[in-house]
Design a binder for this molecule. Structure first.
Ligand SMILES: Cc1cc2nc3c(=O)[nH]c(=O)nc-3n(C[C@H](O)[C@H](O)[C@H](O)COP(=O)(O)OP(=O)(O)OC[C@H]3O[C@@H](n4cnc5c(N)ncnc54)[C@H](O)[C@@H]3O)c2cc1C
Length: 495
């Protein structure tokens, strides 16, 4: 892993980053047809926040404020709460809304930037707000997922011609469109591209400048408690988890403690489900954008001299594999179905699609962890009740689903359904890429041919027993589930 050499406070560096990070989606200055009134020109800059739900270390917010200051107009943050987004439940929406509640308070108190919360469809609410407040510029953060890209295409049509839309990749360290303009087949092909650009992009953030002109509207209150109550009762089927407290302050604290006390074990223990403390546990915060990956990388890098191997491995997962997942979802239209399989894996899986399966389970049996494999059942229960399965187990979990469903198509569907329903970090490009790696050979090579898997890498129960204490993990999950049930006041059978 290359280490960044740019000076932390380099202004030239940060300007370059700003320029590279932004993509102008719409520079619709159609002056011939729409002469602009002066009031339109002096409208605010609106930042439609979606994926990067934080005020610290957020390039989209930095850009919105910077643009507002240049135009001498105020800035506002708008967030749209969907009635339904990819099946999100109480676990996800509760975590998100509690984080936003803190953000709302802090952004208005400390930065005096108003925060507007809308409910409904973003393609309606955001253009309407842009229209109503006469915005001059709409800034948005970046997501490679097809739904979000579809909304943006629609918004381009719905905002007035004179409004520019700037999309800022505040999630990846190197903006996706800078790293590569194509689907990358492997980590080894994207790694050198990212490493080459890291000195330019992995730099300290500039301080968010005070606004030169502030929004003069009176404060609007948001009934967060009611909203949270609504979404958590509607999605109660998958309840919130106690152990994972939301918000950027908690996330930053978690990062600090982890880097100081546990990161040193990352290279040796990250693949041991019996040592869950060896991994950072940051994925829920990264997924909801409550922490910036760039901040995590900067913090981890401070320990490079002390534990070079651990830090290099952590940065490789955090940067290369995470950004590879965004690349996959952006450039592969079928990122969540068998059609997105690697070419060689598609062929071999079709060749083996009629192979006899030892078991075929229904979705319900899988969901209820009713398979003949106690290790798989434990991982499923860890996900259902704890809300986060250990990373090593996620690979085993997905691969076994391939063995127990009637086709690779069905295996991907079931894995995506369960992953997104129960994982607190679900509905993330990492999840789609992880499932496609496990089942469809994406970003992987072929291995020795086996029934059902064909040449796709397999993982077995016996293999796991050689790697870690399987019985210990099963007992650990049993206790985890018992504790969660006790917390919820459910009767626990001592089996
Ligand atoms: C079948 C399967 C499903 C997965 N589903 C999800 C998911 O829904 N959401 C999700 O965020 N991740 C998912 N992953 C990727 C990975 O397992 C998790 O990101 C990781 O376990 C999260 O725990 P952590 O934050 O403690 O990770 P750490 O090991 O501490 O890593 C730090 C960060 O690096 C990134 N990272 C680590 N491993 C990977 C990886 N293999 N690919 C991409 N990025 C990685 C993550 O952002 C992670 O938070 C999945 C992987 C597989 C194989």
């Amino acid at each position: 892993m290359a280490t960044a050499t740019a000076s932390a406070s380099s202004l030239i560096g940060s300007t370059a980053v700003q320029l590279g990070r932004i993509r102008v989606l719409k520079e619709g200055i159609n002056q011939l047809h729409k002469p602009q009134s002066s009031s339109t020109k002096t409208g605010p800059v609106v930042y439609w926040m979606f994926r990067d739900q934080r005020l610290r270390d957020n390039w989209a917010l930095i850009h919105a404020v910077d643009q507002a200051n240049r135009l001498n107009v105020p800035v506002a943050v708008a967030f749209n709460l969907f009635d339904q987004f990819l099946g999100a439940k109480a676990r996800h929406l509760g975590f998100m809304l509690r984080g936003l509640q803190q953000l709302h308070h802090e952004i208005e108190q400390t930065l005096q930037i108003p925060f507007f919360l809308f409910q409904g469809e973003a393609i309606d609410t955001i253009p309407q707000f842009v229209n109503e407040c006469g915005a001059s510029l709409l800034v948005t953060d970046f997501s490679p997922l097809r739904q979000v890209r579809g909304w943006k295409e629609e918004m381009i049509k719905r905002v007035p011609d004179y409004v520019s839309i700037h999309e800022v990749d505040a999630h990846n360290i190197v903006p996706l469109w800078k790293t590569s303009d194509r689907l990358e087949d492997y980590a080894r092909t994207i790694r050198p591209k990212i490493n080459k650009l890291l000195p330019e992009y992995l730099i300290e953030f500039p301080t968010l400048k005070p606004q030169t002109k502030k929004w003069d509207a009176s404060k609007r209150s948001i009934d967060w408690e009611k909203l949270i109550e609504n979404v958590t009762s509607k999605g109660a089927e998958v309840p919130e988890v106690e152990w994972c407290k939301p918000g950027e302050i908690v996330a930053l604290e978690k990062l600090k403690v982890y880097s100081r006390t546990k990161l040193m074990n990352y290279a040796a223990d990250r693949n041991n489900p019996m040592k869950p403390e060896a991994v950072s546990g940051l994925s829920p915060y990264l997924h909801f954008g409550q922490i910036s990956a760039q901040r995590c990388a900067l913090e981890a890098r401070r320990f490079h001299k002390l534990y070079p191997q651990a830090v290099d491995k952590f940065l490789d997962e955090l940067i290369v594999w995470r950004e590879l997942a965004d690349n996959f979802c952006y450039y592969e239209a079928h990122y969540d179905s068998f059609r997105g399989a690697a070419g060689w894996a598609h062929t071999t899986l079709i060749d083996h699609s009629l192979d006899k399966r030892e078991h075929i389970y229904t979705v319900e049996q899988l969901e209820k962890a009713q398979t003949a494999d106690p290790l798989w059942n434990a991982s499923q229960l860890e996900m259902v009740h704890h809300g986060k399965m250990h990373g090593y187990m996620r690979m085993y979990w997905a691969k076994r689903i391939l063995e127990w469903t009637s086709s690779p198509q069905e295996a991907v569907e079931v894995a995506v359904y369960l992953n997104d329903k129960y994982h607190i970090d679900g509905r993330d490009p990492n999840g789609y890429a992880g499932i496609m790696w496990s089942i469809c050979g994406v970003h992987d090579n072929g291995f020795q041919e086996r029934p059902v898997y064909g040449k796709v890498r397999s993982m077995t129960y016996a293999g796991c027993t050689r790697k870690f204490d399987v019985a210990g993990y099963i007992a650990y999950v049993k206790k985890l589930v018992r504790d969660v049930k006790k917390q919820k006041g459910e009767t626990v059978l001592n089996r």
